[in-house]
Design a protein around this ligand. Structure first.
Ligand SMILES: [Zn+2]
Length: 182
């Protein structure tokens, strides 16, 4: 899915209160970053460092997420609430990336292939995927043209509208000050 969907879901996850405590603004930004971090591998792919379809890279696996959140926790000395929500946001990235396949499994869409290999390195489907579509490398334009016609695109709007309404509600007084000088 697009960064807007990952950001929207990341923001909604950052609003979960654990033991009645909300996250600070900096912690919210961190959780939203966690929801997007895996797509940074696209930079590496498009700079030519990698020819494999980016969903098939190790950087798009839950195992990588476990290592990454452990590393972030150590480096930034995260408290457990932030680390937990950051990790949930990371997992949400994979759910969204695999959503097209799940819709296909439920018979909602006509096409779909596994995008996330949840049990990596023991997921037997990955070998076949590497053989069949490791060279997939859609251009941004080509991807967007086909994507906006896909049923999955509706979810982009649902997530964006949900997150925007929560954001507007939370920061309504700030938004009024900025836009209406009240
Ligand atoms: Zn992704």
């Amino acid at each position: 899915m697009l960064p807007t969907a990952h950001t929207s879901i990341g923001f909604l996850i950052s609003q979960i209160k654990i033991k009645g405590k909300s996250l600070s603004t900096l912690e919210i930004i961190f959780v939203v970053f966690c929801a997007n971090v895996f797509d940074l591998d696209l930079i590496y792919v498009y700079l030519g460092g990698q020819t494999t379809y980016h969903h098939l890279l190790v950087s798009h696996t839950p195992l990588f997420a476990v290592g990454l959140i452990a590393l972030f926790t150590l480096i930034f000395r995260l408290n457990w609430r932030v680390a937990l929500l950051g990790f949930v946001a990371m997992l949400s990235h994979f759910v969204l990336d695999d959503l097209c396949y799940w819709l296909y499994l439920f018979g909602i869409t006509e096409d779909g292939k596994p995008e996330i290999f949840w049990l990596f390195p023991f997921d037997p489907r990955r070998e076949e995927a590497l053989r069949l579509y490791s060279s997939l490398r859609p251009t941004v334009g080509g991807f967007l043209v086909s994507y906006i016609k896909h049923p999955l695109f509706i979810f982009e709007w649902i997530f964006l509208i949900s997150a925007t309404s929560v954001f507007a509600n939370k920061y309504s007084s700030l938004l009024k000050k900025v836009f209406f000088k009240r």
